[in-house]
Each structure stands twice: as C-alpha cells, then as structure tokens.
Design a protein around this ligand. Sequence first.
Ligand SMILES: [Zn+2]
Length: 83
Amino acid sequence: MSDVPSRPKGACRTCGEVLPLTTEHFHRDANNASGLKKQCRACACDEAKARYEANSVAVLARFRERRAERTAYFEKINFYDAA
Ligand SMILES: [Zn+2]
C-alpha cells in the first residue's frame, strides 16, 4: 500500500503512456468523469494536426469555390464599375 500514488493516473487512450491526471498532461473535457480527456496532450496535438492536414485541401478548395462565386456575382451586378 506504500506505493499508492498521491494522484490518480490515467493511461493515454492512444499511446498508452500512464500519466498523472492533471491538465499538465491531459486536456480538459467536461464530458468526462475525470474532467480530462482520455488522450494525452501530445497525442491530442498529433491528432488535431493530422485532422487539419487531411481536411485542409478540401477546405481550401471549398473556399476558392465560394470566392469565385462571389466574384462572379459582383461582376454581374457591376459592383466593381460602380465605384
Ligand atoms: Zn498519448
């Protein structure tokens, strides 16, 4: 019983590393019983980055499409000539 940790520890869902359940190692998650995410900060960052990179191409394409539509619309109503 002497080696009972003073703080509860959590194993990261992704990398399996056991870390103290503090905001130093885990992001907050109000939906979780512990108040913290089940994934360590490092893994959460990796995942966010991977998701961003996977999405960025599609997001950019959509953005360009909308901008082209807007430009076409303004040209149609002679927005640029009016000034
Ligand atoms: Zn991790």
